[in-house]
Design a binder for this molecule. Structure first.
Ligand SMILES: O=C(O)c1ccccc1N[C@@H]1O[C@H](COP(=O)(O)O)[C@@H](O)[C@H]1O
Length: 212
């Protein structure tokens, strides 16, 4: 199972989180977010990593040319689209970045959102389901209604996000079988400052599941 820790801003925290067992780090490329990092800050983290893991840039309603430029400048392996990007936009980006993993994040408000999610399966590599918040795009600490995801079984891999913490992760994984999980505010002291003790606790609890 993939484990993505999102909202990385500091090289030493990225390195420690990679050593603890994360398979992906996420970097917020949305300027309005308190976790925003510039392409050169991302590159500094990416180049300091002790082992090769996925480095995912999180964008929301950005121009595709801007995404391509930032992905190259920062050294990303993957692009997460967390805004209102259409399937057509994803397809265009797929052609522009053929080597890169494209993840489409959907903020799930009602069960109908899951029908919309599957319309992206032909044009992205991975789906990501996050909680809906009326003002914020992500990093909200709000959980999804996991019950409505029980039957969700798309034809491509999907990550569960939204308010996951070391305290609720085992409950989530008892209820659902995502291809991976994504945590941000549930393992941080303040926006962009990760709590390494909480990340270590997460992997300790996941270890009891034999999740790999
Ligand atoms: O974290 C942010 O600030 C952010 C800003 C804009 C779009 C997405 C953002 N984060 C994403 O939110 C989810 C879950 O966060 P949380 O665990 O509930 O705090 C995750 O996919 C982040 O990539």
């Amino acid at each position: 199972m993939r484990v993505k820790i999102c909202g990385i801003t500091k090289p030493e925290q990225g390195q420690a989180i990679a050593q603890l067992g994360a398979t992906a780090l996420g970097f917020i490329c949305v300027q309005a977010s308190p976790r925003y990092v510039t392409p050169s800050q991302i590159r500094a983290v990416v180049e300091s990593l002790p082992l090769p893991i996925d480095c995912i840039g999180v964008f929301a309603n950005a121009d595709w040319e801007e995404i391509c430029q930032i992905a190259a400048d920062a050294g990303l392996t993957s692009v997460q689209l967390h805004g209102d990007e259409s399937p057509e936009f994803c397809e265009k980006l797929r052609y522009a970045l053929p080597e890169m993993e494209i993840l489409k994040a959907l903020r799930v408000k009602t069960p109908e959102c899951l029908e919309r999610a599957v319309t992206y399966t032909p044009c992205v590599d991975t789906l990501l389901l996050d909680a809906y918040h009326p003002q914020l795009l992500g990093g909200t600490g709000k959980t999804l209604d996991w019950a409505i995801l029980r039957e969700f079984c798309p034809s491509i891999p999907w990550l569960l996000a939204g308010g996951l913490t070391p305290d609720n992760i085992l409950d989530a994984l008892r209820e659902l079988q995502p291809s991976g999980i994504d945590l941000s505010s549930g393992v941080e002291r303040s926006p962009g400052d990760k709590d390494l003790a909480q990340v270590a606790l997460l992997f300790e609890r996941l270890g009891s599941l034999d999740y790999r």
